[in-house]
Structure formats: structure tokens, C-alpha cells
Design a protein around this ligand. Sequence first.
Ligand SMILES: NC(=O)c1ccc[n+]([C@@H]2O[C@H](COP(=O)([O-])OP(=O)(O)OC[C@H]3O[C@@H](n4cnc5c(N)ncnc54)[C@H](OP(=O)(O)O)[C@@H]3O)[C@@H](O)[C@H]2O)c1
Length: 343
Amino acid sequence: MSGAPYRVAVVGATGQVGGVLLALLAERSFPVSEIVPFASSRSAGRMVGEGLVVQPLTEETIQGFDLALFSAGGATSRAWSPRFAAAGAVVVDNSSAFRMDPDVPLVVSEVNPDDLAAHRGIVANPNCSTMQMVVALRPIQLAAGIERLVVTTFQAVSGTGKNAVDTLRAQAGGVLSGDGAGDAGPYAHQIAFNALPQAGSFAEGDDHTDEERKLINETKKILGDDTIRVSPTCVRVPVVNGHSESVTIETRAPLSADDARELLRSAPGIVVLDDPAAGSYPMAIDADGEDPVYVGRIRQDPGHPQALSLWIVADNLRKGAALNAVQLAEVLHERGLVGARVA
Ligand SMILES: NC(=O)c1ccc[n+]([C@@H]2O[C@H](COP(=O)([O-])OP(=O)(O)OC[C@H]3O[C@@H](n4cnc5c(N)ncnc54)[C@H](OP(=O)(O)O)[C@@H]3O)[C@@H](O)[C@H]2O)c1
């Protein structure tokens, strides 16, 4: 069963993720009859992509879609995703609004695509740092099980939004010209030439950020194992685009670094770059604009008899957001799930 080509809404089309969504729909030849971009009322009438005119979100403009790809923040998703779904669209939502809702599948295309079959009109796209990590973890989980993860992330400013990229550029220019960093923008402190041990915000009484909580909760949901123990520290670094992660994995059964490297080499969505003595390992500047999740520094943890350490890098706007959303749309299409939903 296929209703393709589809009428597709891109909500948040003027943003960073929205821009990549529009580019990827064209690049990957997703079967569309029409793409309609949406953003805030501030942007209505603006042109994006290939001559598309941005629409405001109203009860009238949201009618008649097969798919709606959302990247406009949690508040917009909470307000408008259910309305698109009620009007007949399947929503793929990039925000955190529905990710932990037990009725909403949280899906990474290479990891748990079968979970899409249970959708009721809304599918959640995971948080960027979780997304790239679970792509690399899945083959290891299937081979040896995962007992515990110790994760430190080095997250690019593009993960905060386009205003954060502008802030980093302005601060770097100000510092280099001797004028000083100026405004901290969306962060608590200067981000240029600095590393902030705070990605996200602290809810009252919580000593972990919401970003760290997402990494814990979403990892368990996507990997389908509530018993995995996750110990995260999420750090914001002055990188424009591309998240890097140091991940130590305590496995349930023994797995050598060589075997893990071979598993990862043949896993979908992954490129292994692992000749560290020759300077070959993943780096954010190389992942920027690319689709794969890059994995390197694959090694035995000298501090634990049954643990491996990895360095995982991906473009947070592509695999961490827009690419996975389009891949989910592709799986929904291939499996005849665009018009179908669980009641
Ligand atoms: N950046 C990442 O790495 C990443 C990764 C995973 C998920 N996400 C999620 O994706 C979403 C967007 O991120 P981004 O980096 O693309 O942000 P962004 O560059 O700041 O873009 C935000 C988009 O949301 C739109 N928007 C804001 N308020 C709106 C409203 N009231 N009604 C309709 N549209 C509204 C904006 O439209 P205007 O231009 O009109 O303001 C813009 O198109 C967020 O939910 C974020 O958590 C981001």
C-alpha cells in the first residue's frame, strides 16, 4: 500500500534543521507531490529552499498532509503536532516533546525501525547526542549486551540553534580583535575559547542537565533495555557543527576491541576511522556536512576487564536530526505506514 507521492509539511523550515530537511528531501529523492514550509508568523511569506514560500501555522494551512516533519522546538510541537496528526498526517518530531511518551515510538533508522509499526500519528526523532551514540552501540549490544555506559559529550553550538552559531562567531571575532567576547547569548558563560560543563539546563533540584537526562532515558528506550546504567557528562564546546563523544561501554559478555571494530565496520550507517598512530580518527570538522556516524579510538579500557572505549562523531544537524527524520519517513513509506496507524 502506498499513497506516494506525498504532500509533506516541513515545520521550522527557516531553522538549521529545517534547512537540512528541505535539502535532504530533494537530495534523497523522497517521493513528494508538494513540500510546504512552515515557520513562525514572523517568517510567513519568506522564501526557502527552491522557491518555497513559508506559511504560518493555522487550522486552515495544516490540512491535507501525508507527512509533517517538525523541527520548531518543543512548544510548537506540543501545540501543532497533534493537530497535524488529527488532520491525517504522520508527524516525525525532532523536539523532546513526545520522546518519552509510551505511545510514541522513539526511533533511529538503523537501530529500531520495527518500532515504527506502533505509531499512532506521531513518531519521535531522538536527541542528537543519543542518536549518534546508539547507532554505534547497537551492534555491540546485539553481540555482547551492555551493562553500563560512561559518556562524555563534546557538543557543537549548532545543537543549540542558529542564534548560538552567531554567538560563537561574534565572540570569537570579538576576542581575536581585542574587543572582548561580549554577550554570552544562549549560554551561561562565554563559549568562544572555552568548554562549558553544561549542555542544556538544570531543572530545579537536579544535578544533571536535561541533555544528560535525555541521554540516559532515550538510550534505554531506543535500545529496549531499562537496565542499562548510563553515566553522562554533556559538555558544550566551541565547535560550530558536529558532536563528538567519548563512550566507555561495560559489556555483559566479553568482546575484544578487534571484534568490536569488525562488527562496527559492517554495521549500517557507520564508518570506522581507526588508525590513531597515523592520525586517523573521527573529527567534527570532517563529519560536518556528512551522513555517517564515525567511530574510532576503539580500544580495551585498561581500567576494567570487560569494557571498551570508543570515540563517536557525527553531524548533529544531519544524522543527529534531519537525516534520521528523513530516513524514518523513508521507512514509513517503504513499509506502507504513512497512511496506516495503530488505533
Ligand atoms: N540543532 C540540532 O542539532 C538539533 C538536533 C536534534 C533536534 N533538534 C531540535 O530541532 C528543533 C529546531 O532546532 P534548530 O537548531 O533548527 O533551531 P533554529 O535554527 O533556532 O530554528 C528554529 C525553527 O523553529 C521555528 N519556530 C520558532 N518558533 C516557532 C513558532 N512559534 N511557530 C512556528 N515555528 C517556530 C523558527 O521559525 P522562525 O525563523 O520564524 O523563528 C525556525 O524555523 C528543536 O526542537 C531542537 O531541539 C535540533
